[in-house]
Structure formats: structure tokens, C-alpha cells
Design a protein around this ligand. Structure first.
Ligand SMILES: [Zn+2]
Length: 306
């Protein structure tokens, strides 16, 4: 082969090589910041990750922005909590994004709930009730042990789509799991004074947190997930709380303050305001910060702090 043609081919191959390297960044979109952080840990330098929610929203009603469809259109992978948590906003966005790689049931759609032991699974499925948790409670991000399950599902999803990087993903997952294990031991020690403490929250988004750290999720201000309270429900709840001496009322920060304050005042329970996702308060800048913040806020309340 003439030398000039060989050189041209080599140059072409080099150019192609460069182009594919530049294109090689894996675009990941996560629905919530907690999953985005885990995706960055597992994907490392191979990924660029964006989150749809910033952490301050109601996850069942994240306001849609045109930029979301653009992000999803360019995504190679989509990482979701699953269990219909994103039901209110994701199906419409996926339709607008026109990206077959990340449609439900496509390989790029990674449901992180696969290995999670789901709590509050309804005995009958009846969407007509308007329940926001038709497949069971989806708020497992507040349980760091469940999030280890989520991390494993995420790693497997990454490796399924990019088997050439499986070793890197596995190594990164192992490092993430080790960090989580260290923190989980510490959190379980710190949470000891919370054992058996009863709380009412606005929405049932702390049931995994309660299960992990030994609290008693006594009831909710909502009648059911997504069903607004009625005066009769609140009176009945207050009566039960007074009888059973409930310690805490949790207002998740995206729910209205007034009713939670009233319930706390009338029952003598301490009011605690908590974020439910990374980014929900400035201190919860990462996953460790989120669990730290929630545990410490509850500890402060039960130990007589302000
Ligand atoms: Zn919910």
C-alpha cells in the first residue's frame, strides 16, 4: 500500500479515535440529586450527570421545565427511583424528549428500586383513590441501607449499557459502599436516643428512615399519600397523638407550615422541619449531609433543644 494512503488512513483512524473519545462521555440524567450524586460516584470520569429535581421540590410534582426535555433528549442513561415516584412528571417529559434509549423498558432506563425491600405495599392497587404510592412507598432514599441496594442496581444498569467499563463501575461502587458502611455505623450509633420515638409527618416519606433508625412512624397529616387532610382527619389524628404521647411532628419543607404547627401546638409535640432530598437545605449538600441533618434535627428536638 502506498505510504501516502497508509498515512491518510492512519490520520483518519486517529481523527475517528479522537472524535469517539470526545463523544465517549456518558450523559446521565437522574431524577433526584441523591441519585445524581451516586451516579457521579459510580460513573467517575466517564459520566456527566444532571439531576431534574434540585431537592427542594415535592418529588411527586416536580415542575417541568423545557430544559428537562433537552437534557433527556441527549441522555445515554436515565436513573430513576422507580415505584412510580416520578409518575407525575416523567412520562410526559420522556414523550417530549423523543429519546428511545431511555424509554421505560429500554436498556438506558435504570430503575434503582429493583433490589429495595419495598415498604407499605398496598394490598390492592386502586389508582382511583389518587394515592401517590400505588406500588408501595418510594421514599427509600432516606434509608442509607436501601440506598446501597439502589447503588448496586445503578452499577448493574451502567455495566449493562457500557460493559467495557464494568470493572471501573464495580471499583467505584465498592468505594461508595465502603463510605456508606462507615457512615451507617456512625448514624446507627448517633440515632440510639431516637429509638421508639413516635412522630407524625405531613406525607409518608420518612417510613424507611423510621424503620432504619428505630423510630415509630405514627401517622400523617395527609389522609394518605397525596390525599389532602380534612378537618375530621386532623381532629382524629390529634386525639390519637394525645392518647399515645407522640413526640414529634415533622414538616417536610415543601409542605405548608400552618397545619403542622397547629398539630404540634395542640399535642405538645416538637415541630421539626426536614428536607427529604439532597439539596433540600443548604446543609444537605450531599447524601451524608442529608442524613446527618435529619438525624441531628430530630435528636435536637427529642433531647430538649430548640
Ligand atoms: Zn410520596
Amino acid at each position: 500500500m502506498p505510504r501516502i494512503i497508509t498515512s491518510l488512513l492512519l490520520a483518519g483512524a486517529c481523527w475517528l479515535g479522537t472524535a469517539s473519545a470526545a463523544d465517549a462521555t456518558i450523559n446521565v440524567v437522574a431524577t433526584i440529586p441523591d441519585l445524581a450524586e451516586f451516579a457521579r460516584r459510580i460513573g467517575g470520569d466517564l459520566v456527566e450527570v444532571n439531576s431534574l429535581a434540585t431537592g427542594v421540590e415535592d418529588i411527586h410534582a416536580v415542575p417541568m421545565k423545557p430544559s428537562f426535555a433537552v437534557l433527556l433528549n441527549k441522555a445515554n442513561l436515565l436513573v430513576v427511583m422507580g415505584l412510580e415516584m416520578e409518575h407525575a412528571f416523567l412520562p410526559g417529559l420522556l414523550e417530549a424528549a423523543r429519546n428511545p434509549k431511555i424509554l421505560r423498558d429500554a436498556p438506558g432506563y435504570i430503575d434503582c428500586s429493583t433490589y429495595v425491600t419495598v415498604l407499605d405495599v398496598p394490598t390492592r392497587l386502586d389508582r382511583s383513590l389518587g394515592d401517590q404510592h400505588p406500588l408501595g412507598n418510594p421514599h427509600y432514599n432516606l434509608d442509607p441501607v436501601a440506598m446501597k441496594d439502589a447503588a448496586r442496581a445503578m452499577m448493574e444498569g451502567f455495566a449493562r449499557n457500557y460493559p467495557e467499563h464494568e470493572d471501573t463501575f464495580k471499583k467505584n461502587l465498592a468505594a461508595l459502599e465502603a463510605d456508606l458502611d462507615t457512615n451507617i455505623s456512625r448514624w446507627e450509633r448517633e440515632a440510639v436516643p431516637l429509638k421508639g420515638k413516635k412522630f407524625v409527618s405531613y406525607h409518608p416519606d420518612l417510613v424507611y428512615f423510621a424503620e432504619r433508625f428505630g423510630l415509630d412512624a405514627f401517622g400523617t397529616i395527609e389522609i394518605r399519600a397525596g390525599i389532602d387532610p380534612t378537618p375530621a382527619h386532623i381532629e382524629e389524628l390529634i386525639g390519637r397523638m394525645q392518647r399515645d404521647k407522640v413526640d414529634l411532628v415533622v414538616r417536610e419543607r415543601h409542605y405548608p407550615a400552618g397545619l403542622a404547627e397547629t398539630v404540634a401546638q395542640r399535642t405538645g409535640a416538637k415541630l421539626v422541619e426536614l428536607p427529604v432530598m439532597v439539596g433540600g437545605v443548604p446543609e444537605a449538600k450531599d447524601y451524608t449531609g442529608l442524613i446527618d441533618y435529619n438525624l441531628r434535627a430530630m435528636l435536637k428536638a427529642v433531647q430538649g433543644g430548640a
